[in-house]
Write a protein that binds this ligand. Structure first.
Ligand SMILES: CC(C)(COP(=O)(O)OP(=O)(O)OC[C@H]1O[C@@H](n2cnc3c(N)ncnc32)[C@H](O)[C@@H]1OP(=O)(O)O)[C@@H](O)C(=O)NCCC(=O)NCCS
Length: 189
């Protein structure tokens, strides 16, 4: 019997159409051409997930440096529904976690999630995320329009070689407005 395999691969000009198709199916929000142009430059922050050599998931992140913090923002992390609960989301998230840990210079990881997305909220809580804010009318074209901000604080090595935690500073409304502006640049929400 052969074992199922989950692998991550780069996003390239050759497979970017697969990423677009996947995001269209998985997310209620549409991403514009600029999103995909930037994703091609994102290196390890954008990955496709393969299950037995078939593209079934993808993760796309960017670095957010507003409010004197350096945070990783998860723009999209999703998996086709027939392939959920097989550990594919975990493999994608652990890749991102390895990235921020190796970097050692991030204050937190955060994302927005629609308030009714219980599955995603459970998924992120499992990895130590907390709901730090709720943005009313965050989405313009989908219901419910409100979004939770989920955040995981990270240890950051300071100039004395000690680990300091900064995560919760990021729940101020001005920070999240900045993130929203950037998201607006990418989406039709
Ligand atoms: C959230 C999402 C990425 C999870 O992907 P996945 O491949 O199913 O996740 P995993 O199989 O690695 O799940 C890991 C754990 O998270 C939790 N979890 C995942 N989905 C869950 C759900 N629907 N309900 C409750 N817990 C859930 C479970 O503890 C699970 O472990 P278990 O299966 O052993 O119980 C997937 O549901 C998805 O693509 N959703 C649509 C896109 C989305 O909303 N993304 C989030 C915003 S970026």
């Amino acid at each position: 019997m052969t074992r199922s395999s989950i692998e991550l691969g780069d996003v390239t000009p050759h497979n970017i159409k697969q990423l677009k198709k996947l995001n269209t199916v998985v997310f209620p929000v549409s991403y514009n051409d600029k999103f995909y142009v930037d994703v091609l430059e994102a290196g390890e922050l954008a990955k496709l997930a393969y299950y037995n050599d078939i593209v079934v998931g993808a993760v796309c992140c960017r670095i957010d440096t507003t409010e004197n913090q350096r945070r990783l923002y998860i723009m999209t992390l999703g998996c086709l529904s027939p392939y959920r609960r097989l550990g594919i989301g975990t493999v994608m998230f652990e890749h991102i976690l390895d990235y921020v840990k190796n970097d050692g210079n991030f204050d937190s990881i955060f994302l927005h999630v629609q308030v009714n997305n219980d599955g995603a909220i459970e998924f992120y809580k499992k990895f130590g995320f907390e709901i730090v804010d709720t943005k009313e009318h965050y989405y313009k074209r989908i219901e419910p329009a409100d979004a939770h901000v989920l955040q995981k604080a990270l240890g950051r090595i300071n100039s004395h070689g000690n680990i300091s935690l900064h995560g919760n500073l990021s729940s101020s409304s001005s920070t999240n407005m900045n993130s929203r502006s950037k998201t607006r640049q990418y989406t039709f929400v």
